[in-house]
Design a protein around this ligand. Structure first.
Ligand code: ADP
Ligand code: MG
Ligand code: MG
Ligand code: MG
Ligand code: MG
Ligand code: MG
Length: 659
């Protein structure tokens, strides 16, 4: 999550009065950052990953697994002022708060130096340490930090420990108690203000998996009828809940899920923009390849990933902005009185990238290397005032458009004590909008002290955000390492991955489909090595994209080439270490070919074959318990479990290599 200020958060109706103030000053802050850092060059390729764990409580006596809400003091103990902070430092790890009270985000203490082979192999070790340090602070050994993308029984009956009824004023959810939300006041306010701005609760409808006995032709009969919040409690029955779908009504369903993110520092702003653009269409592919979330609110979904759930979970657009009619008999509420021009907004604040940044040449020519303006072919509305301000201040059109698009949003949480800031030193207003635009990639500018030469302060970074979290550290290390090595290879070999960005948008939708890895094709630029040609776009399977075809080099091979050239086998780069890196690439390659199933596929199959499963798409407490136990044994590299999960080849490799 973004910044955590202390203080008094404003209710939406007060916060709205300061929306334009935040935007104006946010852009001023961006400008001072650009002035300071524009000319930075030759920054090192530093990078770091973020993992999010869910603390689950396993109750063997009752065969039930719940989300533990009473271990969030772990974060305080390990945090900056905590009694165990030194332990975190000694282990080279850092912990961060997340949306869910049961969640723990963890990163390396400082970014990795992506220079030597050893740096890449250290990542998994560091991930290991994060898990074990977090676990060591939890005295109840039945509570385990698990790298689970979505908790299957989220929002069904009692799914937390301690148990709380769903009756909280922040979310007004029919399913989720407010006690699942992080205690820091920013998080319940975020939840409530999204609802207030929207004028109704968020409404997430995920296609339901249709089995023999699935109730499909009516609205989910398990949605409770309640009259605690008369207005909101009715929404499900006024059109918010759709037939044949899993209905969810609260931010926690989305922001309470976990993912893997990777942030990379480019040598300069030009390289950062090129890297960002190159990854735009890689992002949906990685979402498909890391699919790990086939169950929501106790139902099997007809999709495999979390992405559109989060997208819906923070969708603060009003009916007018979404271009939808208000709910039946429900007067339009929400942000009808806006401080910016009201306009139609096609997508949620949490969604895939809408625009390329443009790969301007690093000289005075004002020309692009590969980018063409017509590649930005999506309807992505902008804030005109911001666009004009930025272009008047010397921003090129494409970059100005990027920020002007982010700045169509209102700030959701403003702290009363933080309204007035020093735009020459602070960036909270800028970050307020920037970090509540949750896209597949984030372009992270430096701060005002990041003047050229000051390499203690981060430079121009690109964050890759689509991936689901994987159960094992081995997989998370593999996905992170693959993404980073691919990025390094891109910066070295300079392929041209541009295609009209509407294809990346289509790929995002395809990436949601059940078993999209093996069943679907994705739009891909096949002539990425003929950099001056117009794009040739073909529909290819992930196997073809990652493992290559007769006429096209696969992404794995590009990375292997980079590894071979950068880390030739010698006294620094042992065969053992290179084999380990190869194991990561093998996992990615075999997931792409379908030889190793995705986590989502494994979970779905587990449910479908469970004796308690009644062919009705419902995941019972008992199924959930057995599933989580199984996933815990995978995470602990139990012999039988890893072979079940990864198949013989990788399963045995893990066992033979001391996992
Ligand atoms: P956010 O949640 O805003 O993305 P976090 O602090 O949680 O931010 O994570 C940022 C990630 O970026 C961490 O993995 C961190 O190690 C990494 N990082 C920090 N500084 C740099 C840098 N200069 N270059 C690249 N990565 C960095
Ligand atoms: Mg996070
Ligand atoms: Mg983070
Ligand atoms: Mg953060
Ligand atoms: Mg405790
Ligand atoms: Mg992040």
């Amino acid at each position: 999550m973004g910044l955590l200020s202390l203080g008094t958060p404003l209710h939406w109706k007060d916060s709205r009065e300061y929306a334009e103030h935040v935007r104006d000053n946010g852009i001023q802050q961006l400008l001072t950052c650009f002035d300071a850092a524009h000319d930075r060059s030759h920054d090192k390729f530093l990078w770091g990953d973020e993992l999010e764990y869910m603390v689950v409580k396993i109750d063997d006596a009752n065969k039930k697994v719940t989300l533990a809400l009473d271990e969030d003091d772990v974060l305080e103990k390990l945090g900056e002022d905590g009694v165990s902070h030194q332990k975190a430092l000694d282990n080279d790890v850092l912990f961060h708060p997340e949306y869910g009270r049961y969640m723990i985000e963890a990163t390396p203490q400082k970014p990795y130096n992506g220079e030597s082979l050893k740096d890449y192999l250290y990542v998994e070790k560091n991930m290991n340490l994060r898990r074990s340090v977090a676990q060591s602070e939890i005295s109840d050994k039945n509570k385990i930090p698990l790298a689970l993308t979505a908790f299957p029984r989220m929002g069904v009956d009692t799914f937390t420990s301690p148990a709380y009824p769903a009756n909280g004023p922040a979310s007004k959810s029919l399913f989720l108690p407010d006690q699942i939300i992080n205690r820091h006041v920013r998080f319940p306010t975020l939840t409530a203000n999204i609802r207030r701005r929207r004028g109704q609760k968020v409404a997430i409808n995920i296609p339901l998996y249709k089995d023999e006995k699935t109730v499909f032709d009516e609205i989910d009969p398990t949605i409770p009828k309640r009259s605690l919040f008369p207005y909101e409690d009715n929404e499900a029955f006024l059109g918010a809940a759709k037939k044949g779908h899993i209905y969810m009504d609260s931010m926690g369903f989305g922001m309470g899920s976990s993912c893997l993110q990777v942030t990379m520092q480019a040598p300069d702003i030009f390289e950062a923009r090129y890297l960002y653009d190159s990854l735009v269409n890689i992002a949906p592919l990685l979402l498909s390849l890391s699919a790990a979330a086939p169950i929501f609110r106790g139902h099997l979904a007809d999709q495999d990933v979390r992405w559109n759930v989060i997208s819906g979970a923070v969708d603060d657009r009003t009916p007018f902005e979404r271009d939808e009619a208000p709910l039946k008999g429900h007067p339009e509420r929400g942000n009808t009185k806006s401080t910016v021009k009201l306009q139609k907004i096609p997508k949620s604040r949490y969604d895939s990238v809408d625009q390329y940044l443009g790969d301007y040449q690093n000289d005075e020519s004002g020309k692009f290397n590969y980018f063409k303006p017509e590649f930005n072919d999506l309807d992505s509305p902008i804030n005109n005032k911001v666009l004009n301000k930025l272009t008047d201040s010397g921003f090129d059109d494409v970059l100005a458009h990027h920020f002007a698009h982010l700045y169509i949003r209102d700030p959701i949480v403003i702290f009363n004590e933080r309204i007035h800031q020093d735009n020459n030193k602070e960036t909270d207003h800028f970050e307020n909008i920037q970090s509540t635009n949750w896209q597949t990639l984030r372009f992270k500018p430096p701060t005002q002290d990041a003047v050229p030469g000051n390499n203690k302060t981060p430079g121009w970074r690109v964050e890759l955000r689509p991936m689901e979290i994987s159960i094992t550290d081995f997989e998370n290390a593999a996905y992170a390492t693959f993404s980073v090595l691919l990025s390094r290879a891109i910066l070295k070999y300079r392929p041209n991955f541009y295609l009209p960005i509407s294809y990346a948008e289509k790929n995002m939708k395809i990436a949601h489909f059940r078993d999209s890895v093996i069943k679907n094709t994705f739009y891909y630029r096949t002539n990425f090595q003929s950099v001056n040609e117009d794009p040739k776009v073909a529909q290819l399977s992930l196997d073809q994209i990652f493992n290559g075809t007769d006429s096209m080099e696969g992404l794995i091979s590009i990375v292997e080439r980079y590894v071979k050239e950068t880390f030739p086998q010698n006294e620094d780069n042992s065969k053992n270490d290179l084999d380990k890196l190869q194991a990561y690439l093998k996992l990615i390659s075999k997931r792409a070919s379908g030889e190793v199933q995705t986590c989502a596929h494994f979970i779905r199959n587990f449910v479908l074959n469970h004796p308690d499963y009644k062919k009705d798409s419902i995941v019972s407490d008992l199924i959930n318990y057995d599933l989580i136990k199984k996933l815990v044994s995978v995470a602990e590299y139990d012999r039988v479990a890893v072979v079940d999960f990864f198949g013989n080849d990788i399963g045995n490799w893990l066992i033979d290599n001391g996992y």
